[in-house]
Ligand binder design. Structure first.
Ligand SMILES: C[S@@+](CC[C@H](N)C(=O)[O-])C[C@H]1O[C@@H](n2cnc3c(N)ncnc32)[C@H](O)[C@@H]1O
Length: 274
């Protein structure tokens, strides 16, 4: 039997295949650093790890005494047919636990605790109640699974801990949207921030989490930051516009005067040519 060929080791976290983009990378870094600065300690939990793109970043935020746990099926069977179809369509061709571990170890000395199983096993309380400061839910996209994952996150989170829920508004994941907004309407989850891909919320002090986000000049760095009100509560919307603002080049006074004096058609032609 021939050994499986592993992809070359990633040189940067963005070389790891996955679905974790700039705005969320920056928001994860910012929230996790803000928690540490505020003295909030606790474990980190990720449900749905794939090849480790988000896990690599999360593992970089561990402080002494904190534990990082990831839960994913990797190469194991799915617990039901719909989940098996999801796995076959999106992950089976590329995903092995071995590939995840190789990617993770390209950036960190030690692996996190790896639970290779359906996320539903976490409902047995094996993650200590109130032990986590940050939980990333990014596993199955089926309503029943996500609703269960949100309850796992709720039990695992410390008072002001943050939960991040992936794909809460993608056209192909209506079950995630249903579970997320149900958690808000029925189970007391408070929205903090929405990015195009992820919902950030807490069962604790949402105002403090929003203030922590607003302490950074996101707009000045080229991000788009807006506010919305949902059922009386403000939620922040954060997106990456793609281009950091460039300082406008200073024109010399002579050049400005020349452009002002020339006929408008010539001025426009010069601007277009530039
Ligand atoms: C969207 S990917 C995770 C992406 C990853 N967080 C990243 O940043 O690239 C979803 C992962 O969830 C896993 N998954 C799907 N259903 C699952 C289930 N019921 N229990 C555990 N893991 C599951 C898949 O194996 C896949 O690795």
């Amino acid at each position: 039997m021939t050994a499986p060929v592993l992809a070359p080791a990633p040189r940067t976290p963005n070389d790891v295949p996955g679905w974790f983009w700039k705005v969320d990378q920056e928001a994860f870094d910012w929230f996790l650093d803000s928690q540490t600065a505020a003295g909030l300690t606790g474990d980190i939990l990720e449900l749905g790890t794939y090849l480790g793109r988000s896990a690599v970043l999360l593992g970089g935020h561990l402080r002494p005494g904190e534990k990082f746990t990831v839960c994913d099926l990797f190469d194991s069977s799915a617990p039901d047919e719909e989940n098996a179809a999801e796995m076959a369509m999106s992950y089976r061709k590329t995903l092995t636990r071995q590939a995840f571990e190789a990617n993770y170890l390209a950036f960190h000395e030690r692996l996190p605790e790896v639970i290779q199983a359906p996320t539903s096993v976490l409902a047995d309380g094996r993650v200590g109640a109130g032990s986590c400061r940050f939980v990333h839910v990014d596993a199955s996209h089926l309503y029943e699974h996500v609703a269960g994952d949100i309850q796992v996150a709720r039990a695992a989170l410390a008072e002001d801990g943050l939960v991040v829920l992936d794909d809460y508004r993608s056209p192909h994941t209506p079950g995630v949207a249903a579970a997320v907004w149900e958690a808000v309407a029925v189970h007391g989850l408070r929205p903090v921030c929405l990015t195009p891909e992820k919902f950030y919320g807490t069962w604790g002090d949402a105002e403090a989490a929003k203030q922590a986000l607003l302490a950074r000049d996101w707009r000045g760095e080229g991000f788009r930051l807006d506010e919305d009100v949902i059922a009386g509560a403000t939620v922040l919307r954060l997106a990456w516009d793609g281009v950091p603002p460039q300082p406008r080049p200073q024109r010399s006074a002579v050049r400005r005067l020349a452009l002002d004096l020339l006929p408008p058609a010539v001025t426009r032609a010069i601007r277009r040519a530039r």
